[in-house]
Design a protein around this ligand. Sequence first.
Ligand SMILES: Cc1ncc(COP(=O)(O)O)c(C=O)c1O
Length: 379
Amino acid sequence: MHKEFISFVKETYNTDDFIPLHAPVFIGNEKKYLNDCIDSTFVSSVGKFVDQFEEEMKRFTGAKYAIATVNGTAALHIALLMTGVEQNDEVITQPLTFIATANALSYIGAHPVFVDVDRDTLGLSPEKLEDFLSKNTEIINGQCINKTSKRRIKAVVPMHTFGLPLRIKELVTVCDKYNLDVVEDAAESLGSYCNDRHTGTFGLLGTFSFNGNKTITTGGGGMIVTNDEKLAKKAKHITTTAKIPHRWDFEHDMIAYNYRLPNINAALGCAQMEKLPLFLEKKRNLAKKYQTFFENTSFTFITEPDKTTANYWLNAIILENLEERDNFLKETNDNGIMTRPIWKLMNSLVMFKNAQTSNLENSQWFEERVINIPSSVII
Ligand SMILES: Cc1ncc(COP(=O)(O)O)c(C=O)c1O
């Protein structure tokens, strides 16, 4: 089976060279727009491509406001600040995520609480969240207080794993009941929808990443989206050093961040956005091929949950157990096919080992079995 997989991937990508997990594809106006930046000298923090990229993201996601940032982690950091998370608050997230989700809340001095994911979505489970909140919290003066730590729980950060949409509508309903703001980590889910609504637009704020390994890339970059005008203005202000616009004066009205996306990165983003529909179509085709290949094998290819459209950013399979997983990783990587296990659970990392958790049976089950397989767009 391993050998058949290796041959299948080489055939699919039509190469005997090393096959990475996810390489970017530049087949559009990237060089033209980068040259525009260089010719205009606007390569840095202001320029027309930043505004254009934000407009494109608004149009594509349907969000009313979009604020470009230097990367997805910065976007998460600021989005959490916008909800009013403060030092010593708690933020609930899933243990099965990339480190940036847990890092961003830690930058504020908040503490993570890890609640389990669903088996069909790999994303934060509305039922598990409700169960955790009903047993472990009480509402005091409108605030959700953790009965064990006595700390305020201020926000919840669900993450759409590998672009598979989680049950975000139900999750937001649970959070509303407990006065918790939702920041959707949609770093991996550009082009993924629940029914017809784009992921990242269900919470108070949503964030995206355009790192080199994402569906589209700006080299490095991120975006905050929201429908809240006040928060959008505040997010723009705080990501741009809180400078009060003036032709020559340098006045800043708070301690803020230089989290601006440079124009040269936004130029890349504008060119990539033009190709996004094509990339999504190609990724869907590749996922279908994998799905057919894995039918009637002992491996399970993970497909989009019901009533959702996934972008199939990183394709993933479930193996039978840890031993199978490790054999598969070794054999594929030894043969020039990059595969990678899902992340180690956040609560097993040294920084978060004392964090409170719910029962994490699903996350632990996935941790031992899930592998990502090559997912680059094939042109
Ligand atoms: C789930 C998740 N959150 C946040 C990020 C952070 O994005 P960035 O690398 O752009 O900082 C990433 C990706 O890198 C991610 O996969």
